[in-house]
Design a protein around this ligand. Structure first.
Ligand code: C2E
Ligand code: MG
Ligand code: MG
Ligand code: MG
Length: 283
């Protein structure tokens, strides 16, 4: 736990480490308070279907809105939430809120909308993850078919025997499994064969220079072909301009996400994105 970490750092007595340990404990206390006092919020980033041009999915991305109304990004607190185990209650809150919100949008008329939720490795290790997910779906009334869970290669490779069982249970419920940041891990490709994967999300580091870096363009094209031959859909992350978008359309990539389409937005803004999209399709 954090106490042990604090103590061992004190005994080493390096002034920087002491400072670091103190900062970490402060942050842990603040995170606990943030959870109790409802300071976490979700932003949503749309995912566009490149075959139809429709927005039919959203990824939930956590933010922490502190007392000063500053928005703190997940990279600044998710690692500490993971180390302290707070990621479990936080992750459960994220799932419940994202499912509730998706159901609300569906009830407003966007019936096909899917929601993607990121799962951290710690959550994956927890007892009865599947049971927790089932109760959240029951409580919120969201169909399992509308939910996608994003996991990283590391999660599945850390404990493959257990991971495959959990993923198969989730898959049987109708939940879709997505591999996030694909291509950045150090795992073998054999897990594509053993795990029930529906979607690969190509990491944005491959997309960033796709229009001028020949190697990135070839890797991306090859990943799309590989995935399609295994009946896996492909999402490109971090699409920032029209050239990247066109490249992906030409290579039959299935979905794209990124600032070119929309940055992650407050739920109030999502509604107008969906309304606009729907109006656009009707005309
Ligand atoms: P991720 O799941 O790979 O999410 C994509 C990240 O890329 C998001 O950062 C998003 O804002 C950013 N992004 C999207 N489009 C673009 C673009 O065009 N250009 C650039 N440069 N960036 C783009 P964000 O929201 O800061 O989240 C960072 C990471 O934090 C996420 O990466 C995910 O791993 C983690 N995270 C976010 N929300 C949650 C959560 O609820 N639970 C857990 N466990 N992790 C979360
Ligand atoms: Mg993600
Ligand atoms: Mg990602
Ligand atoms: Mg990424």
């Amino acid at each position: 736990g954090s106490k042990e970490l604090g103590r061992s750092c004190y005994s080493l007595y390096h002034p920087d480490m002491k400072h670091h340990a103190n900062k970490r404990m402060d942050l842990e206390i603040l995170l606990r308070k943030a959870l109790d006092e409802n300071e976490f919020i979700l932003y949503y980033q749309p995912k566009v279907n490149l075959h139809t041009g429709e927005i039919n999915g959203m990824e939930a991305l956590i933010r922490w809105k502190n007392k000063l109304d500053q928005i703190i990004l997940p990279d600044a607190f998710i690692p500490i939430a993971e180390e302290t185990g707070l990621i479990n209650p936080i992750g459960e809150w994220v799932l419940r809120e994202a499912c509730r919100q998706c159901k609300e949008w569906q009830d407003l008329g966007f019936g096909d909308l899917t929601i993607s939720v990121n799962l951290s490795p710690k959550q994956f290790q927890r007892q009865n993850l599947v049971g927790m997910i089932i109760s959240v779906l029951e409580e919120t009334g969201l169909s399992p078919n509308s939910l996608e869970l994003e996991v990283t290669e590391g999660i599945v490779m850390k404990n493959p025997e257990e991971a495959v069982i959990v993923l198969q249970e989730l898959k049987q419920l109708g939940i879709k499994i997505s591999i996030d940041d694909f291509g950045t891990g150090f795992s073998s490709l054999s897990y594509l064969k053993f795990f029930p994967i529906d979607i690969l999300k190509i990491d944005r580091s491959f997309i960033a220079n796709i229009e001028r870096d020949d190697a990135d363009a070839k890797i991306t094209s090859a990943v799309i072909s590989l995935a399609h031959s295994l009946k896996i859909n492909v999402v490109a992350e971090g699409v920032e301009n029209g050239e990247q978008y066109d490249f992906l359309v030409n290579r039959s990539c299935d979905y794209a996400q990124g600032n070119f389409i929309s940055k992650p937005v407050d739920p109030k803004e999502v509604k107008s994105l969906l309304v606009y999209d729907e109006a656009f399709i009707i005309t």
